[in-house]
Design a protein around this ligand. Structure first.
Ligand SMILES: [Zn+2]
Length: 195
């Protein structure tokens, strides 16, 4: 999981009864905090990772049960280096948080017109009761060839689906209002086999 983490803050402390380590990072446009508190008692210890929500309060993303790590950590003392002892645990929590917050956003809302146009695309490509299951490797194959998919809803009610143009083509930058400058040429993938 390649999520860039930018350090924001960290704090560590120890007493004769407990020690704690907190690490705050920015990732995927969010602020995420891992807190590990190791108490003399297992039941008072905790390891949790939280995300700062829009109301500026912390929302829990994941936790690690103290029974998973309490026995492997030293008994609290004043002069203990909490960041050294608990750093790995905090890192693991942050990586778990990265997997959670890096999930793709909720599906794009699709207009009824685009939905109808996909129905027509299917019906005209196959037949009126067409069905076609797209496998993930076909999506990868398509994304790596031709242009990016663009969908334009025209004033006439027509809808264009195209992978025929580069992103800075006038047809794309004008959302289909201007013509292609005829400089959109993609390598023919015929030589590479279809999945
Ligand atoms: Zn073009």
């Amino acid at each position: 999981m390649n999520v860039t983490m930018t350090e924001r803050d960290s704090a560590a402390g120890a007493t004769s009864t407990r020690y704690h380590y907190t690490r705050v990072v920015a990732m995927a446009g969010r602020t995420v905090r891992a807190c590990v508190e190791r108490d003399y008692y297992l039941g008072h210890s905790c390891a949790v990772v939280e995300v700062l929500n829009d109301q500026m309060t912390w929302t829990s993303l994941a936790s690690d049960a103290p029974s998973n790590w309490w026995y492997d950590t030293p008994t609290p003392t004043h002069h203990l280096d909490a960041s050294a002892v608990l750093g790995r645990l905090a890192d693991d929590l942050l990586y778990r948080a990265a997997r959670i917050v890096a999930l793709p956003p909720t599906p794009l809302a699709m207009s009824p017109r685009v939905h109808g146009a996909i129905s027509a695309l299917l019906a005209t490509t196959y037949r009126f009761d067409g069905e076609r299951r797209i496998e993930p490797d076909e999506v990868t194959w398509a994304c790596e060839r031709g242009g990016a998919l663009h969908i334009f809803e025209h004033g006439s009610g027509a809808v264009t689906f195209t992978k025929a143009h580069r992103d800075d083509c006038p047809f794309i930058t004008s959302s289909g209002a201007r013509d292609c400058d005829d400089e959109c040429v993609f390598p023919d993938p015929a030589s590479s086999s279809r999945p």
